[in-house]
Every structure is written in structure tokens, then in C-alpha cells.
Design a protein around this ligand. Structure first.
Ligand SMILES: Cc1ncc(C[n+]2csc(CCOP(=O)(O)OP(=O)(O)O)c2C)c(N)n1
Ligand code: SF4
Length: 341
């Protein structure tokens, strides 16, 4: 039995005592706690919205905007592209946002945010900062031109993409961020290889890095501390910044609502969603995988990939594993690359 009376006054906390990456960490000192664990958080996206149960996008937005509010002492304006986040937070005439918030068109959030930032410059209000946000469809497809322009002009905006890997708001259509083999409403439903076609799609984080903007990062709702740190860091920088947050969508992925955080974590641990940061066109760091898992562990609980397992499609599973292994090597995600899984 532990001799409590004689135990040292302070002990080093271990990971399992603090809980997962997502919880607030009430056992650690105030300075180490997440923004979300603080009673001073802004609750920028508050209750009453109509997101599905277990929506990763609602979580991601809540974490990101509260962190940005802290960084700016609540002097923040958000521009939102059309999509789930916009629709479920603002059923007219109600809103769940506790910040100045604007709905742009589906494809021009980056351009509208650039305009808001220019207005703040003219009004000599450098303290008021601007965020643009949207889903992967609004970001990687229809909003891509406006976003590239915002990057190229180095406008003082943080753009956040909540990547749920399809156009969820309109019924799960494929986007250029949909992963290979995933079933959506607009990918081949039958045939030898149902689901999204291999060799299509694009990596917007990589494209953002190629613009040479001051800051680019990927983040996940499975690691709240890392996500908040990246938002706080981005808000400490001027110029164009981009954060790409991986947000599971129970409705579109065919996953259990209680599995959102587990799936987000498995996406990282399998190597399919690498966590990295880049500054001025150079990758500056990545987060090592703590517990490597095969891609099947991540794919299996999702109905959009069920055909891979029902049909024993080992060839396409191996192809997915090869994509993960490529990410692991490219971003140095394992301490000893190639360690047995
Ligand atoms: C120009 C235009 N085309 C189509 C639509 C219809 N529309 C609204 S939301 C949406 C899908 C949004 O998908 P995404 O950006 O991935 O965000 P999500 O809903 O997945 O969060 C579409 C196609 C629109 N509003 N405007
Ligand atoms: S469809 Fe997906 S992204 Fe949209 S509210 Fe539901 S869980 Fe969230």
C-alpha cells in the first residue's frame, strides 16, 4: 500500500494519470491545461447547434475557435464557408456562435476573410484578427482558387479546413480530399473496385506548404493539446496561415458516434493522417506515432470501407497500407522507421 503520509509533495505525472490527449488534464498545472479545460474559455461555439451526435467538425471548431479567442483576447472575426459547420450552427434566426461571424458563399470564404482583414487594416485595428473556415469541399475544391490567392498575397488570415473527407452537408458526395476506396454517394457503387478511385485527390496541406506561407499545420480532434498549440502558434504569426484538421463524420463515414475520437486517433497512428508543421515552405516537425497500427484497424470500423473487408480485397488494403507507409517515411513518423506493426 502507498504510504500517503510519506509520499513526496510533488510527483511527476504519467501519461495514464493525465488521461488521453483529448481530456482537459485537471491534474496538471494551470499553465499546462488545455484552453478547453479552463473555466475562462470563451465557449465561442456554444450549445443548441444541430450537429449530429459525435460530430468531429463541431468538436474541432469549438477547440480551434476557443483557442484563437484566447490568443486574440476575444478580438476575433470568423468567416464561414457554406457547409455542415455553417448550417448546423446557424438555423435562421438562431446562432450558436458567440463571436462576430459571417457566412460567405460556398467557395469564397478566403476572399471574404481577406476583405475583412483589409477593412481592419484601414480602420487601424491590428488587434482584430480574422479566421476563415470551411469543410474540405469548400476548401480543396470550389474555394481553392480564392484560398490560393489569399496565400499568394500573404493576407493576414488564418484559414482552417475541417476535413471530414467528403461533401457531408449535401449527402456525402466525393471531394478531392476523399480517401481512395471510400464509398460516397458519387463514387462507383458496383463493379470490381467500388469506392473512390486510387490515384485521384490532392493534399491541400502540401499545396499550402508549396505557397511558402508563414505557417501550415495539420491537426486532429484526437489530440486537443496539439490542436490548441497549433492554433495559438498560428495566431501569434502575421500573414497567411493554414491549419487542416481531421474531423471524423459518423454520418458520412458510417461509424459509431462514440468512435469519433478513437477513429481520429487511429488515422494518425496508422500513418494515414500525418501530423506536421511547416514554416515558409519548409516542414519543421512532425508528431511521432505513439502506438503504430495497421491501416485495417482504422478502416474496419467505418462502413464506407466495409466492401474492402467483405470482399477480402487484400490488394487494395495493401495499397492503402503503402500510402500510410509512404507518409510514415516522408514525415519520419516512427522513431525507428519500418518498426514491425
Ligand atoms: C456554389 C454552390 N454550389 C453548391 C452548393 C451546395 N452545397 C452546400 S454545402 C455543400 C457541401 C459542403 O461540403 P464541405 O465543404 O466538404 O463541408 P461539410 O458539409 O462536409 O462540412 C454543397 C455542395 C452551394 N451552397 N453553393
Ligand atoms: S453530417 Fe458529419 S460533419 Fe455534418 S453535422 Fe453530421 S457528423 Fe457533423
Amino acid at each position: 500500500m502507498t504510504d500517503i503520509a510519506n509520499a513526496p509533495a510533488t510527483q511527476k505525472l504519467r501519461f495514464y494519470q493525465k488521461g488521453t490527449f483529448t481530456v482537459g488534464n485537471r491534474l496538471v498545472s494551470d499553465a499546462e491545461r488545455s484552453v478547453q479545460a479552463s473555466i475562462d474559455r470563451s465557449n465561442a461555439l456554444t450549445c443548441g447547434h444541430r450537429a449530429c451526435q459525435g460530430c468531429g467538425e463541431a468538436l474541432g471548431a469549438r477547440y480551434a475557435i476557443d483557442a484563437a479567442m484566447r490568443a486574440t483576447r476575444n478580438n476575433l472575426i470568423a468567416v464561414n464557408a457554406t457547409g455542415c459547420l455553417e448550417v448546423f450552427t446557424t438555423p435562421y434566426p438562431e446562432t450558436s456562435w458567440q463571436i462576430p461571424w459571417m457566412h460567405s458563399l460556398f467557395g469564397n470564404a478566403a476572399a471574404v476573410a481577406s476583405g475583412v482583414a483589409a477593412a481592419m487594416r484601414v480602420k487601424k485595428r491590428p488587434d482584430v484578427r480574422v479566421i476563415a473556415q470551411g469543410g474540405d469541399g469548400g476548401t480543396t475544391d470550389i474555394g481553392f482558387g480564392c484560398l490560393s490567392g489569399m496565400f499568394e498575397r500573404n493576407d493576414d488570415v488564418l484559414y482552417i479546413c475541417y476535413d471530414n473527407e467528403a461533401y457531408m452537408n449535401t449527402g456525402v458526395q466525393r471531394s478531392s480530399a476523399t480517401p481512395p476506396a471510400a464509398r460516397t454517394a458519387t463514387t462507383p457503387a458496383v463493379g470490381k473496385e467500388p469506392g473512390n478511385v486510387f490515384g485521384t485527390g490532392k493534399s491541400l496541406p502540401k499545396i499550402a506548404v508549396a505557397h511558402g506561407i508563414p505557417y501550415v499545420a495539420t491537426a486532429t480532434v484526437a489530440d486537443l493539446h496539439d490542436l490548441e498549440r497549433k492554433v495559438l502558434k498560428a495566431m501569434g504569426i502575421r500573414g497567411a496561415r493554414y491549419i487542416h484538421i481531421h474531423v471524423p463524420c459518423p454520418l458520412g463515414w458510417g461509424s459509431a458516434s462514440h468512435d469519433t475520437i478513437r477513429l481520429a486517433r487511429l488515422a494518425v497512428e496508422s500513418g494515414l493522417f500525418p501530423l506536421f508543421e511547416a514554416e515558409h515552405g519548409v516542414v519543421t516537425g512532425s508528431t511521432k506515432i505513439r502506438r503504430p497500427v495497421p491501416v485495417a484497424e482504422y478502416l474496419k470500423p467505418q462502413r464506407r470501407f466495409a466492401h474492402l473487408f467483405k470482399d477480402h480485397d487484400d490488394i487494395r488494403l495493401a495499397h492503402m497500407q503503402a500510402i500510410a507507409d509512404h507518409n510514415i517515411a516522408e514525415y519520419h513518423l516512427l522513431d525507428q522507421e519500418g518498426a514491425a506493426r
